[in-house]
Design a protein around this ligand. Structure first.
Ligand SMILES: Nc1ncnc2c1ncn2[C@@H]1O[C@H](COP(=O)(O)OP(=O)(O)OP(=O)(O)O)[C@@H](O)[C@H]1O
Ligand SMILES: [Mg+2]
Length: 601
């Protein structure tokens, strides 16, 4: 059995594609995960940035709100005529009497910590929050600006002790006359607590040490009973804080980073903190300190991590699903591919087998042919040798008399055997000439008549031959010599198979090919002779196959060869004991119209 070459082994489709596909999928998944991480991180950063901005906005709002409150209180005070008279007269006792109660109410209800009345030359006339201190000159920015603009001015100011105070200063005028200045102030620490409560952030109030003297600052802390830290940072003093314990990671270097405008995330006792800074400027636009905003982002981080884990899990599931589906599809393709490959392989094997059988048939036919020739030549040659020996003996010698008459007879027989050989060789030569094919338009009625005439001359039984032509003028483009030869062979065979008296019938009629449906003609010879057994019929077209002692077995192979040369075919039907019909089918396309000039046969 033939082996299939190894290069034709089926390829492993799955192994070839699944790896690259998995890599591409993993890459897409990574890109997707990174994109989702980027989006999530941006959302988180924006949320954190908004919270820092919210602190700055809320702080500014609270400053505005308290300024408005102070403005209202100030205007209420300025409607007091008795107070105005006391201010004009520099009457400190009158001022205390008129404004003392209002200041006490403002201090208790609205955390107002400072209330001054100052003369137009900036000398303090009366400090409601510290009545004993007076007569000093105030040189604060807010008072200077109120003087220059002759309008209300407000803003943050840092005191010598580091306290941050919101101050509102307003000139007190009556007509064109400037009576002095009224100033209200409040410390802002309470705002920090309010912001912490509103926005859930811790705040650290830092004051730049360049604007402070340490001893004074410490005295202020003692006086106000505060627990600020001077040493914690090199550049800033901690003025106030909403949380008792500051994160250990918040050191000078981290603070420098925050002051440079960057944000930071640190771990502190199991919490994640996000840190940012909001600068604080005083009324004169001087950067006096900063608010460090600390937000606990542990929950935000947990949500972020959870959503990232969920995204990764879903991506993995989707990728797994896609990979699985792709695997199944590839599996199917591979199975189909293998099936097709097996089929091809099988066909190839069948083809090889078929060729081998054909080869064997050819060799067998050749063997039969050689055997046939040997047989045909051997019989007469054996006769020649034997007869020659006998003739030698009849010549006499060794004292024996010869018999010339017997010798002559033997020589005649030798010549007869030789002639048989020559006749056989002649037939062989005729057989080989069959392939010289030359077709031309031939009137079939004439051709058949000529052949029957020839047949009658050679046939001794004088069997009747009947010719039936469906179209007597039919002209077919055929090789007349070959067709005549084939018809003659069929007639001879029919005669040989028929006993005395049996008729032979020749027919010519139109008939399409049963397989291809092509139009054509059937030239048939029927007899009512002995017919053929099926096993004989199987072999009749094999050269040299014969059932007759004097036959060569070349008659029917010649008929078949002639039919094939005309692109036709020979069919046979036979019934043992009843007769045989040989039919040569010739295709129509060789035929010409009846009025064409026919070629002489
Ligand atoms: N009309 C027929 N009726 C019965 N048998 C036939 C008929 N024609 C052919 N045969 C059988 O077919 C065999 C082969 O015929 P074929 O013409 O090829 O050779 P042959 O007649 O035996 O010898 P050859 O024709 O060469 O002298 C014959 O020997 C015979 O047995
Ligand atoms: Mg014959």
């Amino acid at each position: 059995m033939n082996q299939v070459p190894s290069s034709r082994q089926p390829k492993r489709v799955k192994a070839k594609f699944i790896g690259p596909f998995a890599l591409v999928l993993a890459f897409i998944m990574c890109v997707f995960a990174v994109a989702i991480y980027g989006i999530e991180a941006r959302i988180r950063d924006r949320d954190l940035a908004e919270r820092s901005t919210a602190v700055a906005n809320l702080f500014a709002q609270k400053l505005d709100k308290d300024t408005n409150l102070m403005m209202a209180a100030m205007r209420a005070l300025m409607t007091n005529e008795a107070m105005e008279r006391a201010l004009r007269a520099g009457d400190r006792a009158g001022l205390a009497r008129q404004g003392g109660e209002l200041f006490a109410r403002l201090r208790d209800d609205h955390r107002i910590t400072h209330l001054y009345l100052t003369r137009p030359d900036f000398v303090t006339l009366y400090r409601f929050h510290s009545p004993d201190e007076h007569g000093d000159t105030i040189a604060r920015v807010t008072l200077q600006q109120a003087h220059e603009r002759q309008a209300a001015v407000h803003g943050l100011e840092m005191g010598a002790m580091g306290t941050l105070t919101l101050r509102l200063v307003m000139p007190w005028r009556r007509g064109d006359a400037l009576l002095g200045y009224i100033e209200v102030g409040e410390e802002i620490e309470h705002m920090i607590d309010e912001i912490r409560r509103s926005l859930s952030v811790d705040i650290l109030v830092l004051v730049d040490k360049r604007h402070l003297q340490e001893p004074q600052w410490r005295r202020g802390q003692d006086l106000m009973n505060r627990s600020g830290a001077w040493e914690r940072f090199a550049s800033h003093a901690v003025q106030a804080q909403t949380t008792e314990r500051l994160p250990a990671a918040l050191d000078d270097s981290l603070l420098a980073q925050l002051l440079a405008g960057r944000t930071a995330e640190i771990r502190d006792g199991g919490r994640s903190l996000h840190l940012a800074v909001v600068p604080v400027e005083d009324a004169g636009g001087v950067h006096i300190g900063d608010l460090v905003v600390m937000r606990d982002i542990s929950a935000l981080e947990a949500t972020f991590q959870w959503s990232m884990a969920a995204v990764l899990l879903i991506s993995l599931l989707v990728a797994g699903g896609v990979l699985g589906m792709f695997y199944l599809a590839l599996d199917r393709v591979e199975r189909d591919y293998r099936r097709q490959h097996d089929l091809e392989h099988q066909l190839l094997r069948l083809d090889t087998e078929h060729r081998r059988i054909l080869q064997m048939e050819k060799l067998s036919a050749l063997g039969t042919m050689v055997g046939g020739i040997a047989h045909q030549l051997n019989n007469p040659l054996v006769g020649v040798v034997n007869l020659a020996q006998l003739a030698e003996r009849e010549l006499g010698g060794n004292g024996q008399p010869g018999d010339p008459e017997r010798t002559r007879e033997l020589l005649r027989e030798i010549r007869g055997a030789g002639e048989d050989c020559r006749a056989f060789v002649k037939r062989m030569l005729a057989f080989s000439k069959v392939s010289c094919f030359e077709s031309k338009p031939t009137p079939m009625a004439d051709l058949i008549e000529d052949t029957v005439l020839l047949f009658r001359q050679t046939e001794s039984k004088h069997l009747p031959v009947e010719v039936r032509l469906s179209e007597p003028t039919a002209v077919l483009t055929v090789d007349p010599v070959l067709i005549r030869h084939a018809l003659f062979n069929l007639l001879v065979n029919a005669a040989q198979a028929t006993g005395d008296g049996g008729a032979i019938v020749i027919t010519l009629e139109r008939e399409a090919d049963t397989v291809s449906g092509l139009p054509g003609w059937i030239l048939a010879v029927s007899d009512h002779g002995r017919g053929m057994a099926p096993e004989v019929m199987e072999k009749i077209f094999v050269p040299f196959y014969t059932t007759r002692s004097d036959g060569t077995g070349l008659g029917l192979p010649v008929v078949q060869h002639v039919a094939l040369l005309h692109e036709g075919q020979v069919t046979v039907s036979s019934e043992p004991g009843h007769g045989t019909r040989f039919a040569i089918w010739l295709p129509e396309r060789h035929a010409l119209p009846p009025d064409n000039e026919p070629a002489p046969t």
